[in-house]
Design a protein around this ligand. Structure first.
Ligand SMILES: N[C@@H](CCC(=O)N[C@@H](CS)C(=O)NCC(=O)O)C(=O)O
Length: 206
């Protein structure tokens, strides 16, 4: 039995990032799935398991609870190959992780949520969806341009930046309605991610 307990939302990319890294690291953990709108999520909040009121939350087994997906990635990856050694590549990796939270997730993930979660249907007006589509395509193009001649987002090997950005990019077409055929370098990068040893998909969880 592992010391780590992860409260995560099965359908959410932010939660999937953490499940993916744990799988890639070969770390055992107990999983408490809390889907959106579920009784389990309500209970987890009521019992204080989500200090910031959001998923994912990682319980370390000593009373400490970590919030914010990218901070959890950072904690779990310490000392592993998922964090580059030199400060410049580390900073580039962190830059992409901040980009993911500040710009990519609020557009690419939000459009996918509005498209797929029935309880958000009223917010998905044609105007909002069109604006998110245009902004999302521009952000994906920016990523596509960066990936010309590169295999990974920061440095010569896969890093936390790739995990953070992959979470919502690999479903941007199916769930978000983005035209992914426009972005061949991103599609090739997604295929490289899915081929990593230990890889698990969004829905491959206990
Ligand atoms: N910046 C946070 C975002 C967390 C977040 O918004 N989680 C959503 C799912 S993606 C959530 O907990 N939703 C449930 C709720 O708000 O009740 C992170 O990266 O962990």
């Amino acid at each position: 039995m592992s010391d780590l307990t992860l409260y995560s939302m099965p359908s959410s990319g932010n939660s999937y990032k953490v499940r993916l890294l744990l799988a890639l690291l070969g770390r055992d953990y107990c999983h408490v799935p809390c889907e959106t709108q579920s009784a389990e999520l309500k209970q987890a909040k009521a019992e204080g398991h989500l200090p910031l009121g959001k998923l994912p939350a990682l319980h370390l087994g000593n009373g400490t609870i970590l919030s914010e997906s990218n901070a959890i990635l950072w904690y779990l990856a310490a000392g592993s190959d998922w964090v580059p050694n030199d400060p410049l590549t580390q900073a580039q990796m962190l830059g992409w992780m901040f980009f993911e939270q500040n710009r990519h997730e609020p557009v690419v993930a939000v459009r996918a949520s509005l498209n797929t979660y029935p309880h958000l249907k009223d917010e998905a007006t044609p105007r909002v969806m069109a604006e998110l589509l245009e902004t999302g395509h521009a952000l994906l193009q920016l990523m596509e341009d960066h990936m010309q001649g590169r295999a990974w987002f920061a440095g010569a090997s896969a890093s936390l930046a790739d995990i953070a950005l992959y979470a919502y990019t690999h479903t941007a077409g199916d769930r978000g309605g983005f035209e992914m055929a426009r972005f061949p370098a991103l599609n090739a990068w997604c295929a490289r991610m899915a081929a990593l040893p230990g890889y698990v998909g969004l829905w491959d969880h206990a």
